[in-house]
Design a protein around this ligand. Structure first.
Ligand SMILES: NC(=O)c1ccc[n+]([C@@H]2O[C@H](COP(=O)([O-])OP(=O)(O)OC[C@H]3O[C@@H](n4cnc5c(N)ncnc54)[C@H](O)[C@@H]3O)[C@@H](O)[C@H]2O)c1
Length: 251
């Protein structure tokens, strides 16, 4: 039987990049997926390409939109087994030069977004004994120049994952996080010029030295699929690192 047969899944930010790869792989593994993004055209395209059950768009910074989208997904799917909090943004700036407005914005997307989505979904997940997969980052584990606020948001997401997992354990709901290194998406493309300017090292060389190769969105979808599946039934409160060894190395 496919790994995710019949699982009812809602993925935020699944119009592109890692979210799209998750929606695609989960569908291939038997899940019924509702796609969601702030970009309605991208969400529709993903849904059409993969044969999703439907689309329920939201901007994750808007709690009312998130509540409505989760309810729409539940209506389309007849319940909910898996919430994937994937939507996220980056800001490239030296930390103490970043505007407070921009700091608030990245928190609103990367921390408050998963928070309100978990709150909106939890009663449905308790009913199904489902689970949450939060897409965090190795930036939540180590610090990186230019990514100060992003690092802080991803550390916060790992901590919310841990606490939600412990608090939800009696209900049977599992909550886990995935922490990828650099992966081949538009987000990383946007970061490359600033990284090269700051480090004076070609980004390709940095990636080859630190993590062997660039991750693919599919690498991340594979780990998310495992965590979402019943094979991970004793896994909760964890953050799974996939980074080609970057965080393991001192050199
Ligand atoms: N690419 C990487 O190297 C990498 C590494 C570690 C973690 N991540 C995390 O993976 C997740 C996906 O990143 P990606 O690289 O695919 O990014 P991406 O920019 O390629 O795609 C992000 C998607 O999220 C959507 N989105 C942005 N703001 C939104 C909002 N407010 N509400 C709803 N949707 C919104 C975008 O429209 C887009 O479709 C993010 O949480 C990111 O922090 C990425």
């Amino acid at each position: 039987m496919p790994e995710l047969e019949g699982k009812r899944v809602f993925v935020t930010g699944s119009g592109a990049g890692i979210g799209k790869a998750i929606a695609t792989l989960f569908t291939q593994r038997g899940a019924r997926v509702v796609v969601s993004d702030i970009n309605a055209d991208a969400a529709k395209q993903t849904a059409d390409e993969i044969g999703a059950v439907g689309v329920a768009n939201c901007d994750v910074t808007d709690e009312a939109q998130v509540q409505a989208a989760v309810q729409q997904a539940v209506d389309l799917l007849g319940g909910l087994d898996v919430l994937v909090n994937n939507a996220g943004i980056e800001v490239s700036s030296p930390l103490l030069q970043q505007s407070t407005e921009s700091f608030d914005k990245i928190y609103a997307v990367n921390v408050r977004g998963p928070f309100v989505a978990m709150k909106a979904a939890i009663s449905h997940l308790i009913e199904s004994k489902g689970n949450v997969v939060n897409i965090a980052s190795i930036a939540g584990i180590g610090g990186s120049p230019l990514l100060g606020s992003y690092c802080a948001t991803k550390a916060a997401l790992i901590q919310m994952t841990r606490v939600a997992a412990v608090e939800m354990r009696p209900t049977g709901v599992r909550v886990n996080a995935v922490c990828p290194g650099f992966a081949d998406t538009a987000m990383v493309e946007r970061l490359v010029p600033d990284f090269e300017a700051a480090t004076q090292v070609p980004f390709g060389d940095l990636v080859a030295m630190k993590q062997g190769r660039l991750g693919t969105p599919e690498d991340i979808a594979e780990v998310a699929a495992f965590l979402a599946s019943d094979r991970a039934s004793w896994v909760t409160g964890s953050h799974y690192v996939l980074d080609g060894g970057l965080t393991a190395s001192l050199v």
